[in-house]
Design a binder for this molecule. Structure first.
Ligand code: ADP
Ligand code: MG
Length: 230
């Protein structure tokens, strides 16, 4: 479902050009459970943002479900994002003055779904995350783990084919991290392609494939065999 060919990306300022992704080739099939590891600055977020059509690349080709993702208008990009992709971030990216239910329902507002249906769908998504009783609480009243569950419910509300998670456990303690990986593993078992950026090997070890990024190059791309998990 994801095919990258010789992707290059530089960030340019007046003075310098920083070559961040250096000829990335990558294929990810529907239903895979993948982690992307690498030290800070190795290009993980840049790669994930390109996959999520949040950012563009300079040269190469990115195909998502067979569609060439290149030179899209913002409207086209939003269309493919809404159809196919759910995002989860380290800092949750919830709207602070909206309660859990409103946060989860928000993507549906942009799909022109009526208020009553939006709220019913959002409540169901929260219920699946075990947060029905927290629907009317503000993010500030929730723990880190609960906030991330709200963010996952929001990502799932438009029925995406792939979840892109950038350090989803980066702000969580180790116990909550284990719980969160359980949630993401369950979603993957339901058929969602899961791509998780992390620098924690305990997180990567839960996935089935680990892509090591180093200085903008894929250094290693390995299946995680069962023995290694134990
Ligand atoms: P990672 O997620 O692995 O920490 P990033 O993809 O965020 O790495 O960043 C890779 C490199 O690109 C870093 O050196 C970072 O400073 C630089 N960078 C990231 N985003 C921008 C930007 N918008 N403008 C300029 N440089 C950037
Ligand atoms: Mg990053």
């Amino acid at each position: 479902m994801i095919k990258l060919r010789n992707i290059n990306k530089s960030y340019r300022t007046e003075a310098i050009s920083l070559h961040v992704l250096k000829g990335i080739d990558l294929d990810i099939r529907q239903g895979e459970y993948v982690s992307i590891m690498g030290v800070s600055g190795s290009g993980k977020s840049t790669l994930l943002n390109i996959l999520g059509i949040l950012d563009t690349y300079d040269t190469g080709e990115y195909r998502l479900n067979g569609t060439l993702i290149k030179d899209l208008s913002e409207k086209q990009a939003a269309h493919y994002r809404n159809e196919l992709i759910g995002f989860v971030f380290q800092s949750f990216n919830l709207i602070n003055f909206k309660n859990a239910l409103e946060n989860v329902a928000l993507p549906l507002y942009y799909k022109d779904i009526g208020r009553k249906k939006r709220n019913a769908m959002a409540m169901e998504a929260l219920d699946k995350m075990g947060l029905k009783d927290w629907a009317h609480h503000l993010p500030s009243e929730l723990s880190g783990g609960q906030k991330q569950r709200v963010a996952i419910a929001r990502a799932m509300i438009s029925n995406p084919k792939v979840i892109l998670a950038d350090e989803p456990t980066g702000a969580l303690d180790s116990k909550t991290t284990v719980e969160m990986m359980g949630v993401l593993t369950d979603l993957n078992r339901q058929g969602i392609t899961m791509i998780i950026v992390t620098h924690e090997s305990s997180v990567a070890s839960v996935t089935n494939r680990v892509i090591h990024l180093r200085d903008g190059i894929i250094e290693k791309d390995e299946p995680f065999v069962q023995e290694q998990k134990i």
